[in-house]
Ligand binder design. Sequence first.
Ligand code: MF3
Ligand code: CO
Length: 252
Amino acid sequence: MIHRKSPADIVLMMEGGRLVACILRKVQEVVTPGTATSEIERIAENEARSFGVVPAFKGYMGYPSSICVSINNEVVHGIPSDQRILSEGDIVGLDFGAYYKGFYTDAAVTLPVGTISKKATRLMEVTKESLLRGIGAATEGRRVGDISHSVQSCAEENGYSVVKSFVGHGIGRSLHEEPQVPNFGEPHWGAKLKEGMTLAIEPMVNEGTDSVEVLDDGWTAVTADGGLSAHFEHTVAVTVDGPLVLTTDEEP
Ligand code: MF3
Ligand code: CO
């Protein structure tokens, strides 16, 4: 069943989403060569504490950290570690979810570490554009498949593949709610989008094959061919006035 949120619920999710955006912005300050990914975790936890938000991922299905840090060929769910150091030319995905005033919000960005290659830049840009296309399709009366198809066609038209084994999701009083929001699919297919639906739209886009493997840590998903992967995510509300991005610290 799909849980639609009231305007008052969406105001609360917008407050939480703004804090998620602030936390992601803050951790970006240390995304430089030489930073251990555990430092990113430390800052995310401190910021979350100072804002009064509960990190959503730590302890979820046994995930050990508050933020996912996924470098280069890592698709999602990278675990921060003292041993893992950012290097010039890397791209790094940062995924953070928060629980605040009864609701979850979830967002991710992929960032450059120092100067990066043209091909890495293009992958990041196209992935971000895929997210924006998906958000643009999140309007009342359309269907989940319209979001999925918009994301997929943007990525594939640019020569990339979309990951199929992880999907976006409804979000609200739980981190993962119905409906699933795949990054691939047919237009006009799936659940109808209605006012009050809140969705985490999260394209994971690969340079090469779409197939992924999970490392022995039980979490880190990597591309099967070692190619680069990028990930962007926003929590979005379907409203009568169109899609409303909740995980932003910018004024509407
Ligand atoms: N953005 C991802 C999701 O919504 C991150 C989940 S990490 C986990 O599924 F540890 F919480 F699983
Ligand atoms: Co998510």
